[in-house]
Design a protein around this ligand. Structure first.
Ligand code: AVI
Length: 353
């Protein structure tokens, strides 16, 4: 188990805030200038936290890991020597961008779900450049900062025009796929092993949603991390520098700040577990001592026993055939797979035949 990089404690303001009731807390947040959309998002966050901390085991949703600091910490994770997903995928795209895009005839549109920095898409578009055909790129992400960075990266790539969709995957996909400007074939990108953060039923639903949005001749490119020795998997999610621990614990910092929580970070430790039966790495926050934690905006006070954990994320690891089977079950034909055997990572192309 590694130590966290940051161990901020609940400050005096946080504790005072937590003593107020939830409605007052949210009203004060609004008065302090949060927009109506931000206030709605905060209400949804509070409701999700109240529901998920009442479950056994207690849970928090991984999407809440990505506030401004969480996103920066995730970028840092991608640079860690023990977390090899980002570099392995980049290598595969550098080596095979031409083959990946050439296998879709008449490719004129790309939809990237969860756009990151735009770097991977730039590599793919670069692989197509020799064909010098215009490419319309749709970037779908809920983060305006990610959309902005990605659009700026792609602005330097010739023949590429960019449309951004600040939306959840499904909504953005629908908007992009029903664009009146759509012609030729479309390739959907779902990279970075984001598929690994879906539970099996969610992954199946995702493949079916993408399949429904696509037409004959279109394709889907999926990046997925592969099963590897347990020691490597656990170290990738509990690194010796404590960056992943900080990423995980920041969720409690966020609850304290945004929802008036009273989590004492010194009482929680990050833990990564390999669950071989489910083929997933799980991140948990382990509570060291029994205590009561109040969360004003959620209107709850939660009892913790010593040793109890909050399950914050699952990262499923695949074998190549299992990825292929998942897409095929949704009606795709599995095309080529490009595998980085050293890091254990696969990019798989699915086609609509
Ligand atoms: C975004 N996602 C693919 C990462 C993963 O590997 O599951 C999130 C992450 N969690 C801890 N480290 C990285």
């Amino acid at each position: 188990m590694s130590k966290a990089l940051v161990h901020p404690r609940v400050d005096a303001v946080g504790e005072a805030t937590a003593r107020r009731d939830g409605a007052t807390f949210l009203a004060e947040v609004e008065l302090r200038g949060a927009s109506a959309a931000e206030a709605d998002a905060r209400r949804e966050f509070a409701a999700d936290v109240a529901r998920d901390l009442a479950l056994r085991p207690k849970r928090l949703q991984p999407k809440y890991l990505y506030d401004a600091l969480g996103s920066r910490l995730f970028e840092a994770i991608c640079e860690l020597p023990w977390y090899r997903i980002t570099r392995a995928e980049r290598r595969l795209l550098e080596l095979h961008a031409g083959a990946m895009t050439d296998s879709i005839a008449d490719l004129t549109g790309v939809i990237e779900l969860g756009c990151g920095s735009g770097e991977k898409l730039a590599l793919l578009a670069g692989g197509m450049r020799r064909r010098a055909r215009p490419l319309r790129v749709h970037l779908v992400d809920i983060s305006p900062a990610a959309l902005d960075l990605s659009a700026r990266t792609l602005a330097t790539v010739p023949h590429v025009s960019v449309v951004t969709h600040r939306a959840a995957y499904e909504v953005g996909l629908r908007q992009a796929a029903t664009s009146p400007l759509r012609h030729g074939a479309t390739l959907v990108l779902f990279l970075g092993s984001n598929i690994g953060n879906f539970h099996p039923a969610e992954a199946d639903a995702f493949f079916r949603t993408v399949r429904r949005a696509l037409r004959r001749g279109d394709g889907l490119l999926v990046g997925a991390d592969l099963v590897k020795p347990e020691v490597d998997l656990v170290r990738a999610y509990d690194d010796p520098l404590g960056v992943t621990a900080a990423f995980d614990l920041n969720l409690l910092v966020r609850i304290n700040r945004e929802l008036g929580g009273t989590f004492d970070l010194a009482d929680f430790t990050h833990e990564a577990r390999w669950n071989a039966a489910e083929s997933r790495v799980e991140m948990h926050l382990h509570c060291r001592r029994s205590q009561q934690v109040a969360i004003a905006a959620a209107g709850i006070s939660v009892a913790f026993e010593a040793g109890e954990t909050i399950w914050t994320e699952s990262s499923y690891k695949y074998v190549p055939d299992a990825i292929a089977a998942r897409g095929e079950a949704a009606g795709f034909a599995c095309g080529e797979q490009w595998i980085d055997a050293d890091a254990g990572f696969a990019v798989t192309l699915f086609r609509v035949d």
